[in-house]
Design a binder for this molecule. Structure first.
Ligand SMILES: Cc1ncc(COP(=O)(O)O)c(C=O)c1O
Length: 481
């Protein structure tokens, strides 16, 4: 590599640069081999090459001004129309392409807050989200100054509807349901929740960032699914990611509203700026043309028959993995997932599920941890069809190893999460985590040695380091007393 800086004295040869990029990517997760269970939705190399070709054609195009690059606006309208049809929206459904699920969720928070401000003169907005609602909603609430009420779960891991009725009040700007939620892959009881929200004249949003481009095709394939889309009367808005099960290039999601009146509250307008009058519908200013084009081209390339085939194969893989996991003594699926996501826990006190995760990682699998209850997560994609037997064999082996020797994983997340109980205040963890995370952005690339601190697991690895450092400090203090 040419020094540490990305700006060399003289421009370099393209082949050399491409070779450097290969080197830079050498330690990235091996998603092509189906070893990662989050972050990537990789179809195949042919599709990636196609996306690169499409992206190249629109690399300089900008969606900032929807009247300038008419090609992008046309693509966006067609994508929105296609999604509205898939989600059984009436003709009034409208929306826009966003940069990702988080932008879609955050825009929904902003829109519903501003609607409540306009209609109810509301000063102190609140929203209600199930415990399993994605963290993007918490981020949106923090950014837009909305107080969050988390709906507790019933014993079967569903949002408590009785509590929803109690929590909803005149300050509530929106209620959230997910289809499916990320931690366990379950579809929330959307009709029941939407009815309660509608009864209080409160908008109800369905987060289908994960499900938007797989549930409709499962239904076409004959799966009987609980109602979750615009067919449910109280559903006012839906987010659906193209860059997840739509297999578009990264940077493509949709926020859809039942009608244009709702959408209007999403739009930012400024008339006095010396740079000119300005209006913008999304969070971003400049919007990459390639994101529109690759999303549009992906829908064209795969088509309904392709998505149906992909949904069939993905769900067959997820079902095989779920059945295999449930067949391993001491493990159980958490709740009752519908679709491609699931999580599993230990039912045997001798088997620490987080230690199982550590052992799986030693065997080359990148698996996310979940908590409340502790578990391991799987986001199953088409690419996992090839690894079912190997994954299950490694999992059974890890469980057997721990049963024979419960101390087999003294370090890693198992040890760290165990130590979490000894950290007195979560606010301390938050503060320390923020400092350490900021370090990643410090001049020069950050004080953290990512390689050592967070092998493959990124932020959760960093969090584990923070927790264990705090727990060790606490233990030292206690010893001194
Ligand atoms: C249910 C749900 N909503 C929102 C998001 C956020 O999506 P993104 O990572 O594209 O911002 C995710 C991501 O996994 C998700 O699972």
């Amino acid at each position: 590599m040419n020094g540490e800086s990305a700006l060399p004295e003289r421009g370099r040869d393209a082949r050399e640069i491409l070779a450097d990029l290969e080197d830079l990517a050498a330690d990235d997760p091996d998603y092509r081999a189906g070893r990662t269970f989050s972050l990537t939705y990789h179809l195949d190399d042919t599709h990636e090459a196609f996306l690169a070709d499409v992206g190249r054609r629109f690399a300089s195009a900008n969606g900032l001004n929807p009247t300038a690059f008419k090609s992008l606006k046309r693509m966006e309208s067609q994508i929105v129309g296609a999604a509205a049809g898939l989600l059984h929206g009436p003709d009034t459904v409208c929306g826009m392409l966003t940069a990702g699920g988080t932008e879609s969720c955050m825009l929904a928070v902003k829109t519903h807050r501003d609607r409540a401000r306009r209609l109810k003169k509301l000063r102190k907005p609140e929203m209600i989200i199930p415990m399993t609602g994605h963290v993007a909603w918490l981020k949106g609430a923090e950014y837009f100054g909305v107080r969050v009420h988390r709906l507790p779960e019933t014993r079967d891991h569903r949002p408590d509807l009785k509590r929803l009725k109690k929590l909803i009040n005149r300050r509530t700007i929106m209620v959230l349901g997910s289809a499916p939620e990320y931690p366990r892959g379950m579809i929330d009881p959307i009709p029941e929740m939407a009815e309660i929200a509608a009864g209080a004249d409160v908008p109800f949003h369905v987060d289908a960032c994960v499900g938007g481009f797989i549930l409709p095709f499962m239904e076409m394939n004959g799966h009987s699914l609980p109602a979750w889309d615009f067919r449910t009367p109280g559903v006012t808005s839906i987010s659906a990611d193209l860059h997840k099960y739509g297999y578009a290039g990264k940077g493509a999601s949709l926020i859809l509203y039942r009608d244009l009146e709702l959408f209007k509250d999403q739009i930012f307008v400024e008339t006095e700026w010396p740079g000119g009058m300005f209006a913008s519908a999304g969070l971003l200013g400049t919007r990459p043309g390639a994101a529109y084009a690759t999303a549009w081209a992906t829908l064209q390339s795969i088509g309904i028959d392709g998505y149906r085939r992909m949904a069939r194969d993905t769900i067959a893989t997820a079902d095989a993995l779920r059945a295999g996991v449930a067949g391993i003594a001491g493990l159980a699926i958490i709740g009752s997932p519908t679709g491609p996501l699931f999580a599993y826990r230990s039912t045997d006190p001798k088997i620490d599920i987080l230690a199982v995760g550590d052992l799986m990682e030693q065997r080359g699998w990148l698996v996310d941890r979940v908590q409340k209850p502790d578990g391991l997560h799987a986001m199953v994609t088409l690419n996992h069809g090839r690894i079912v037997d190997r994954y299950l064999a490694d999992l059974a082996d890890a469980v057997r190893q721990l049963r024979e020797n419960p101390q087999a994983s003294p370090t890693g997340s198992a040890a760290t999460y165990g130590l979490m109980a000894h950290v007195p205040a979560r606010s301390m963890v938050r503060r320390r985590l923020r400092d350490i995370f900021a370090g990643l952005y410090a001049p020069g690339g950050g004080e953290i040695d990512l390689g050592a601190a967070a092998p493959a697991r990124g932020l959760s690895g960093v969090a584990e380091r923070v927790v264990s450092a705090l727990a060790r400090r606490r233990a030292r203090k206690e010893r001194r007393r």
